[in-house]
Design a binder for this molecule. Structure first.
Ligand code: ADP
Ligand code: ZN
Length: 618
């Protein structure tokens, strides 16, 4: 660009040097006055030459000037030169430049880019072999004592520790030690922790890498990285290689029905398979891998000799939750009122990571109150915060809305209080938190794994109790019940479709599918496995279940209208009402192990999870 600018300015300027431009008349005058020495005529009209005083000039000869003009020139003794091309050398140069420069520029840029790209390729391949490592190597201090619960999984994995410590023993006995163990379970259940604990117990190097970091834009990089990882591990054997999110590379290789095949991933997977086959069983390398989507893994990975063992790491059970809480409460001062059993009871569906987060949130809450000792209240707040989102300190609702919410929550609470199988009420509140305007929290007495039809029906009634309360007291429904309705519909649909609890549809099961660990899949992309009429029947049955549940809820609330009003009143004035008070107002005995403090409530209630999880719902 600079070159252009310079040429444009300089070239004409040099040509114009010491030139005078003459009008035609002036030129003719000068000719008559014998002041013109030479003239160079161009075919198009412009003319130039020198005057007798040596000055250069330019002018334009009109085309009308004919023969007589030339005669005139000759008569006054001007040396006439005729030129065919009207373009001077400079002009020609310039036009060529203008034509060619962009081409040169583009060519140059192309060359630069391709060179850079080439370097990128080189660099990327180089990564596989040299500097930038995708894996971390460390010697963790974690031990099995840091992993609470999961005794079965630990037992299975303990053999690996034994093998890493005494590889010779296995060789002598002719036993094949496990080469790979695949840990399967929901996120945050401590799979990484367990792998680190194995390395820590065996005191061997721990190479950890996430599956996704193998997959790069350039084909071949992932494979090179896998090769490098195993090479490095072999040098340091005995060692543990931990592949997190192995599903990122280990997905089923392309086949029929796979629309996008991923060359890079397949190459990486092939390399991984080759490496796992290739290493000497006595070399002392064990590959631990973790995934939460075992169903997408390529079957070749699961073949004996590769990940021949699968260890399922499920969500922790109640005693395990307690143990995990204990691990994370180490080194923290707990107040006398903290009962980890209650906290464990009130956190069904929490993973190890959730529980660690819970303890941390509780500690943060204590710090905010300028205390060093964690109290039951801290745990309570932390749990609410995790389940419901941040609780607003004050109520932003306008009075009419507040009343509607109070009636709604009182409806949930009373339907639960009057039904025999609903989980006991722990706390009712009309303080908004996160998306919810209020909440009725239920605390299951025991962690249940099997739910009877009666329990499910009661659950439906409780879910619809909020809306029923609004209908009974205010005479109309509101938008506040949408979340309840969605949950109730979901539950009723599963009762009909999956659990065979509808006499009309009968004992058939069409599970909604989806990952066993990440909840039900929800959307059905493919066609449904049953006829149109069956769908219509399912819809009718779902509607019937919901209608019956709503009917029961309305009946209960109409029968106890006075209690409903009292509870709503109390909620309006106090914002949060304890479960025991609900039972006292209702004139019902408080179901046993509910603590008076309302300390830890379960996920159930108004804005609550469905009281069983997909993995074991069947
Ligand atoms: P995953 O790899 O399964 O997603 P992690 O191993 O990363 O889960 O676990 C995350 C965190 O959760 C751990 O660092 C630990 O603090 C906590 N945690 C999970 N399970 C346990 C457990 N069984 N005992 C103690 N802490 C646990
Ligand atoms: Zn509700």
């Amino acid at each position: 660009m600079v070159l252009f600018a310079v040429l444009f300015i300089v070239l004409p300027a040099t040509r114009a040097q010491a030139q005078t431009t003459l009008t035609y008349s002036k030129f003719m005058d000068d000719v008559s006055a014998h002041k013109v020495k030479t003239v160079t005529l161009q075919s198009t009209g412009p003319a130039s030459g020198t005057l007798t005083d040596g000055k250069a000039y330019t002018t334009v000869i009109p085309s009308q000037a004919g023969e007589s003009f030339l005669d005139g020139l000759r008569a006054s003794g001007v040396a006439v030169t005729a030129q065919s091309s009207g373009i001077s050398f400079g002009t020609q140069m310039l036009s060529w430049l203008i034509l060619l420069l962009p081409i040169f520029l583009i060519g140059y840029l192309w060359w630069r880019l391709s060179r850079r790209g080439g370097m990128g390729m080189q660099g990327a391949f180089g990564v596989g072999r040299s500097k930038a490592k995708v894996f971390d190597e460390e010697r963790p201090k974690t031990t099995f004592a840091d992993v609470a619960g999961y005794e079965g999984a630990k037992q299975e994995i303990r053999e690996v520790v034994d093998f890493l410590q005494h590889p010779g023993r296995y060789e002598r006995a002719g036993a094949m030690a496990p080469r790979g163990i695949l840990m399967v379970g929901p996120p945050g259940t401590g799979k990484t922790l367990l792998a680190r604990a194995v390395a820590g117990e065996a005191a061997v190097p721990f190479f950890s890498v996430t599956g996704s970091s193998f997959v790069e834009m350039f084909v071949g990089v992932g494979a090179a990285r896998v090769r490098d990882l195993f090479e490095e591990a072999r040098k340091r054997a005995p060692a543990i290689i931990f592949l997190d999110e192995v599903d990122a590379i280990g997905q089923r290789r392309g086949g029929m029905g796979v629309m996008v095949s991923n060359d890079e991933r397949e190459q990486t997977l092939n390399q991984l398979l080759a490496e796992m086959d290739g290493f000497d069983p006595s070399a002392g390398i064990v590959v631990l891998a973790a995934t939460n989507r075992p169903e997408v893994l390529d079957p070749a990975l699961m073949r004996p000799g590769r990940f021949d063992r699968q260890v399922v790491i499920p969500l922790p059970t109640q005693p395990e939750r307690r143990a995990i809480l204990e691990v994370h409460c180490r080194g923290k001062q707990l107040g006398g009122d903290v009962d980890l059993d209650v906290t464990a009871r009130g956190t069904p569906g929490f993973s190890g990571a959730d529980l660690a987060n819970l303890v941390n949130e509780a500690a943060i809450h204590a710090v905010r109150d300028e205390r060093d000792v964690l109290t039951a209240l801290d745990f309570d707040e932390a749990r609410d915060r995790i389940i419901l989102g941040r609780r607003e300190g004050s109520n932003v609702l306008i009075p009419a809305e507040k009343h509607a919410v109070a009636v709604h929550e009182a409806g949930h609470a009373l339907v639960a209080a009057y039904s025999d199988r609903a989980d006991p009420i722990a706390k009712v509140t009309i303080l908004p938190a996160g998306q919810a305007l209020g909440a009725t929290e239920q605390l299951p007495l025991v962690e249940r794994h099997l739910f009877g039809e009666d329990t499910l029906e009661d659950t439906l009634s409780v879910l619809l109790g909020g809306r029923a309360g609004e209908l009974v007291v205010l005479g109309q429904g509101s938008t506040g019940a949408s979340n309840d309705l969605a949950k109730a519909t979901d539950l009723a649909t599963r009762m009909v479709r999956e659990f065979g609890l509808s006499p009309e549809v009968g004992p058939v099961g069409y599970p909604l599918g989806g990952s066993a660990f990440l909840g039900t899949g929800g959307l059905e992309f493919s066609s449904r496995p049953f006829a149109e009429q069956t769908q219509a029947l399912i819809d009718t049955e779902v509607a019937r279940l919901l209608r019956e549940a709503e009917h029961r809820a309305i009946e209960v609330l109409t029968d106890h209208r006075d209690v409903l009003d009292q509870l709503a009143e109390r909620l309006l004035s106090e914002e949060t009402v304890d479960g025991s008070i609900v039972y006292r107002l209702a004139g019902r005995p408080v179901p046993e192990p509910v603590t008076g403090t309302g300390l830890t409530q379960s996920v159930a209630g108004a804005e609550s999870a469905v009281p069983f999880n997909g993995a074991r719902g069947g």
